[in-house]
Design a protein around this ligand. Structure first.
Ligand SMILES: C[S@@+](CC[C@H](N)C(=O)[O-])C[C@H]1O[C@@H](n2cnc3c(N)ncnc32)[C@H](O)[C@@H]1O
Length: 407
């Protein structure tokens, strides 16, 4: 029954509906699939895996397919995949030789302006390697919650539970699973680990948060990095999680509870408030600005983002404004880390350079990364961190650790 044509047609129909939703520009692909699976409880694990494989398989080639066929991914799927073989998860692109030539950007599955920006920044060979890496599936990384269990002990526990995993090479807290585990798995329910890309862990590590310090996570979102900062601080000191999206901040509290973190203040702020938190001005030992960005570094994880237009000029303006607001909160001699999951210089180097030009009391932090030699080794001569999927195996990230001059 499971491999019958009607069964396969049902999968393709569901994948097609999900892709149509994704193409219409609404919610992220993973949320759309979660909602689909929740409303089809009859779908088993294998069914869900097959529909996911179809959707992500098409999204990972979306721009190329669009150019080749002149249709939206959902229509392409319906037209070409209805006669799939027994296993729809075995979806593969038609052999390159069978395809008509397309532009280099479409071949790389990148929007034209992003491809052009990558070429200017990284050159031809590296752009090709980067584009290929962005088309692959991201590894399933976890951050061990060292407030509860050290990484080695957690690896031993996972092994006991029959879950294959290894330590990641760069982060002291990172664990790489050989395959994804359910979001309801015991390690998550007990707060022993959080899903988090190794690169994201390294950004939190770059803040060098210490127990007893005052630390502000200025764009905390649902708190992925806040949780890592809290663990680094051993949950001792003052940790403020701020964000303009109250809905995201609200998702932080159950995560804190699971992780056994007590000392975090969640503080919403207005996105257009030029001087938020007067009580915290000049108070923080460290401020992390994990700025809203194009997300180009996460395209292997969120392949649908490449279907959305990117306005780098607007983003850069917003990023500089947020960085300047956050910088007021750093004490003299304190640390400020500007970070993005963008691979574009316009959102990274250019924003930091503009900030430094306007704020002579800030400079690159000479001590950055020194508490963890593998991190120090990753910093460029300019003390900036650039993580690239094809080089480091993580998502793409940029970070500039800065220090405010002592008074
Ligand atoms: C890259 S996400 C943060 C992800 C989060 N730090 C994590 O590790 O999961 C950027 C965040 O910036 C927030 N944001 C956007 N505009 C903002 C503003 N003006 N002030 C503060 N946060 C803002 C967004 O709501 C979003 O949650």
């Amino acid at each position: 029954m499971s491999d019958s044509p009607s069964y396969r047609r049902a999968h393709v129909a569901r994948a097609r509906a999900a892709l149509a939703d994704i193409a219409s520009g609404g919610r992220p692909a993973d949320q759309i699939l979660d909602a689909l699976f929740r409303s089809h409880r009859e779908m088993g694990k294998r069914d869900r895996a097959q529909v996911s494989a179809l959707v992500y398989g098409v999204l990972r080639d979306a721009l190329r397919l669009q150019v080749l066929t002149g249709t939206e991914p959902a229509a392409w799927l319906a037209r070409h995949l209805a006669d799939l073989g027994a296993d729809p998860s075995a979806y593969e692109l038609p052999a390159a030789a069978a395809l008509a030539p397309v532009s280099a950007a479409a071949e790389a599955n990148l929007p034209e302006p992003i491809h052009a920006a990558f070429l200017a920044q990284y050159g031809e060979d590296e752009t090709r390697a980067l584009a290929q890496a962005l088309n692959r599936e991201a590894p399933a990384d976890l951050r061990a919650n060292t407030l509860k269990l050290g990484r080695d002990a957690l690896l031993a526990q996972l092994a006991d539970e029959g879950i294959a995993a290894t330590a990641t090479p760069l982060s002291p807290w990172g664990i790489r699973l050989s395959k994804r585990i359910a979001s309801g798995a015991r390690v998550f329910a007990e707060g022993l680990a959080e899903p988090q890309d190794e690169g994201s862990q390294l950004l939190a590590l770059l803040v060098a948060a210490q127990p007893g310090e005052t630390v502000i996570d200025f764009c905390a979102g649902a708190g992925g990095k806040t949780l890592a900062l809290a663990a680094a601080m051993r949950d001792r000191g003052r940790l403020v999680a701020a964000d303009s999206a109250t809905g995201r901040l609200a998702r932080l509290s159950p995560r804190l509870e699971r992780a056994g973190v007590a000392g975090v203040e969640a503080r919403p702020l207005a996105a257009d408030d030029p001087e938020p938190f007067p009580d915290l001005v000049g108070q923080a030992d460290a401020v992390l600005v994990d700025a809203p960005c194009s997300g180009t570094g996460t395209w292997r994880r969120n392949p649908e983002l490449r279907l959305r237009p990117v306005d780098t000029a607007a983003l850069a303006g917003q990023q500089l404004a947020i960085l300047e607001r956050a910088a007021r909160l750093v004490r003299p001699g304190g640390r400020l880390v500007y970070a993005t999951c963008s691979l574009l210089a316009a959102e990274n180097e250019a924003v930091v350079d503009a900030f430094l030009a306007r704020h002579p009391d800030y400079a690159p932090d000479p001590a950055a990364g020194q508490h963890w030699p593998p991190l120090a080794a990753l910093l460029g001569a300019d003390r900036r961190l650039r993580l690239l999927p094809h080089r480091h195996g993580s998502d793409g990230f940029f970070a500039a650790p800065l220090r405010r001059q002592p008074a």
